[in-house]
Design a protein around this ligand. Structure first.
Ligand code: FES
Ligand code: FE2
Length: 455
């Protein structure tokens, strides 16, 4: 018989109700291994419980407003520094109709609008990357610019007496790095990246994503509006129906949701702690077996999570060539996801070192980047970034071996989208109804989006 997981919250104020059972904080306290401070931080506020109109996902006018008011004014990660390691390397970042070419010069990385000042030709096509550029030469009429954006040459210069060499430069955009990610902003008056990222740099002080490398990168087309697809990754509520195999080991309904600031939210889901709401209580040996080990191999007097962590620490440490001795159980095992508005998620964990990015391809299709960022080996040598694997809408993540078991989980997530998108358009109700706590990040995301759209 399934045990009830519902608690009546009548006596509580809205947003105050929580699922009974140990919280991530309780699980971490039981670990007793002093994780970095940010894992003990908690910040939630009730943001209202009104329905959210589906037109925000489906209406082309709303989509256009996102492009003109939001995508044009937010910091977005364009690429990793390791993808453009040498002078002359470039990477094209596209979002909606915007296109930016990120170029490493001799002195620093710059971002330019990927559109020739002459008649608008793109210097490089969508999604292109490469190396060896001494300068940027337009493939249409051959005008060229130095890697700092200054004019280099105009063929038939005599025909352009009205051009001032000094001002006929490439349009440079704000560009800065955090954690090895190169961010760009289409707003030339943008606030500094560090201010935009709010609590993120402080939280990631002990999780230097710059000291990681791309061990896997996929780009997949998803059916549905970019917000709908992204929101499928912002809550753990869907584990109950979408990932039933996780029900034995994950404290999914006890996930902690944090709303730190306008641009930064987080969830913290313990994955190897057992599920207090499983149909029956598992013994530690059963939990250990559910985590993929021989039940009888559980050392006497040791909890399953600790024993599992010790094994993972050892195995992953030797596989990655890194010493994971000082990495806490939670950092090692749990699903810790920071979302940075508008479209990126950063997981500092070791077994789940994921990075997500969601970009619209029109109102009804999304391009989803997934990276795995593995710690650099102890030798300090940076392995070359894994090449990008491009997956079509019907391709399975299980075809990418480096995902391991995650491939199936990602398929479960993304297989929902076709039917959710169809259902959103079929809805006569016309609104979605969100949970006060577990879906608070989605509501918060829309509230931040509105801040941009009204301006
Ligand atoms: S469009 Fe670039 S040189 Fe003419
Ligand atoms: Fe999921």
């Amino acid at each position: 018989m399934t045990r009830s997981i519902y608690i009546l919250g009548d006596e509580l104020t809205p947003g105050e109700a929580r699922c009974p059972g140990p919280t991530p904080k309780d699980v971490i306290a039981r670990d007793g291994d002093s994780p970095p401070k940010p894992l003990l931080a908690e910040r939630y506020e009730f943001l209202g419980d009104e329905d959210v109109p589906f037109s925000r996902y489906t209406d082309p006018a709303f989509f256009d407003r996102e492009i003109s008011h939001m995508w044009s004014r937010t910091w977005q990660w364009a690429c990793r520094e390791e993808q453009i390691p040498k002078s002359g390397d470039f990477y094209v970042y596209d979002v909606a109709h915007y296109s930016v070419i990120v170029v490493r010069g001799d002195d620093r990385i710059r971002a330019f609008v990927n559109s020739c000042p002459h008649r608008g030709m793109q210097f490089e096509g969508a999604g292109a990357c490469g190396s060896g550029k001494q300068f940027l030469r337009c493939p249409f009429h051959g005008m060229s610019w130095h890697l700092d954006g200054s004019l280099r040459e105009i063929p038939c210069r005599w025909d352009f007496p009205h051009i001032d060499d000094k001002s006929f430069t490439l349009m440079e955009l704000p560009c800065d790095s955090w954690g090895g990610f190169v961010f760009v902003n289409l707003d030339r008056d943008a606030e500094p990246l560090d201010d935009y990222l709010e609590v993120l740099p402080e939280h990631f002080e002990t999780w230097d994503l710059g000291a990681r490398y791309i061990s896997m990168h996929t780009e997949k087309i998803l059916p549905g509006n970019w917000k709908m697809c992204m929101e499928g990754f912002l809550e753990a509520y869907h584990v109950i129906a979408t990932h039933p195999e996780g029900l034995r080991t994950s404290g999914w309904a006890n996930t902690q949701y944090d709303i730190f600031s306008p641009h930064v939210t987080r969830f913290l889901q313990t994955l190897s702690s057992g599920n207090p709401h499983y149909e029956r209580e598992l013994s530690e040996a059963e939990l250990f077996a559910s985590l993929g080990h021989e039940a009888q191999a559980l050392p006497a007097g040791m909890g399953a999570r600790q024993a599992h962590a010790d094994i993972v620490r050892e195995r992953m440490g030797s596989r990655l060539g890194v010493d994971l001795t000082d990495v806490s159980n939670s950092e090692l095992l749990d699903s810790i996801e920071y979302h940075v508005f508008p479209n990126a998620c950063f997981f500092p964990g070791i077994t789940i070192p994921l990075i997500y990015r969601f970009r619209p391809l029109g109102v009804d299709r999304t391009i989803h980047d997934i990276m795995m960022l593995s710690p650099l080996p102890a030798s300090g040598e940076r392995p070359p970034p894994a090449p990008t694997v491009r997956l079509a809408e019907d391709d399975s993540y299980t075809t990418v071996p480096s995902f391991g078991g995650l491939g199936r989980v990602l398929d479960q997530d993304t297989d929902n989208f076709k039917r959710q998108w169809a259902g959103i358009r079929a809805s006569l109700k016309g609104h979605e109804t969100l949970g006060n706590y577990q879906e608070a990040r989605i509501r918060h995301f829309h509230q931040t989006l509105d801040r941009y759209l009204v301006q």
